[in-house]
Design a protein around this ligand. Structure first.
Ligand code: AMP
Length: 280
């Protein structure tokens, strides 16, 4: 496994792979890797000759007062885990490689409002602008044939797909189902912010959301009332729901009969903000 820390080294390596006809799959991450990230790496390995994971905590996707400074950074452990998972290359840019003109002079992309100004985008204005801005840079730097993303960040996944379509990136987007802990809690780097009691309560998020997906599946059309009931249950479980929603899976629009639906929620729990979602 090669660790690439400069754009010149990355591009030289990419040119070499290209000349040998090797296809490349990219797995973008912010590091502090867990089994969910490593599953993305394994899935990537099944889709291309070489897997490039990137590790970069992207400042432009954090809002004021969010956890950018405190976000867990564990590069040594991450490199060991990536190597063990069969990753071939790790791209570890610094801020100067990602934002060469400086953050205040950077070309920023804007995520489409219909997908980005709802759910997580409401509580985190500008978050998805930062996401598309950094992912577009990663695509231009790594020039992957395939890029792999987790369904855990479902709204992000739809926005990336829109970006690829809209900007004509020649990249196939692969989605990987959410990896979970034994009690069903979606794996997340932010789970480490929880103390033992919060960690116990966090397990209710997936339980209540799964119940909601079952209730919706049983063809009850009053989605709002069902989501409201789930919100109340989460409150009773000691979580602070930010949103609980039933949406169209394809574009997060308001749900209707005979549509493929998705249930999604975000909660606050002590120092952490946790998200999860299920297919209906
Ligand atoms: P992050 O490092 O949190 O930005 O996540 C990097 C990638 O890993 C994103 O595509 C996430 O959707 C994905 N990911 C994060 N947690 C999980 C999980 N529990 N299962 C599957 N993919 C995940």
């Amino acid at each position: 496994m090669k660790v690439l820390r400069s754009l010149a080294a990355l591009q030289a390596d990419r040119a070499d792979l290209h000349s040998r006809g090797a296809s490349v799959a990219l797995v973008p991450t912010m590091g502090n890797l867990h089994a969910g990230h490593l599953e993305l790496v394994r899935r990537a390995a099944g889709r291309a000759d070489r897997v490039v994971a990137s590790i970069y905590v992207n400042p432009t996707q954090f809002g004021p007062g969010e956890d950018y400074a405190g976000y867990p950074r564990t590069p040594e452990a991450d490199l060991a885990a990536l190597e063990a998972a069969g990753c071939h290359r790790v791209w570890m840019p610094d801020d100067a490689a990602m934002y060469p003109a400086g953050r205040d002079r950077a070309v920023m992309l804007r995520a489409p409002a219909d997908l980005a100004d709802t759910l997580c985008g409401r509580a985190r204005p500008g978050h998805f602008d930062g996401v598309v801005t950094v992912v577009a840079r990663l695509f231009n730097q790594v020039m992957p044939d395939v890029a792999v993303f987790g369904e855990k960040d479902y709204q992000q996944l739809l926005i990336i797909r829109r970006m690829v379509l809209d900007l004509a990136f020649p990249v196939d987007i692969v989605a990987v189902p959410t990896m979970r802990e034994a009690d069903g809690l979606a794996m997340s780097s932010r789970n480490r912010y929880l103390d033992a009691e919060q960690r116990r309560r966090a397990g209710f998020l997936n339980i209540r959301l799964h119940e909601l997906s079952q209730a919706v599946r049983q063809a009850a059309p009053d989605y709002r009332a069902l989501a409201e009931r789930t919100r109340k249950r989460l409150e009773a479980d000691g979580l602070e729901p930010e949103y609980v929603a039933v949406r169209r899976a394809s574009d997060l629009g308001e749900p209707g009969p005979d549509q493929v639906l998705r249930v999604l929620a975000a909660v606050r729990l002590g120092p952490a903000r946790l998200i999860d979602n299920f297919a209906v």
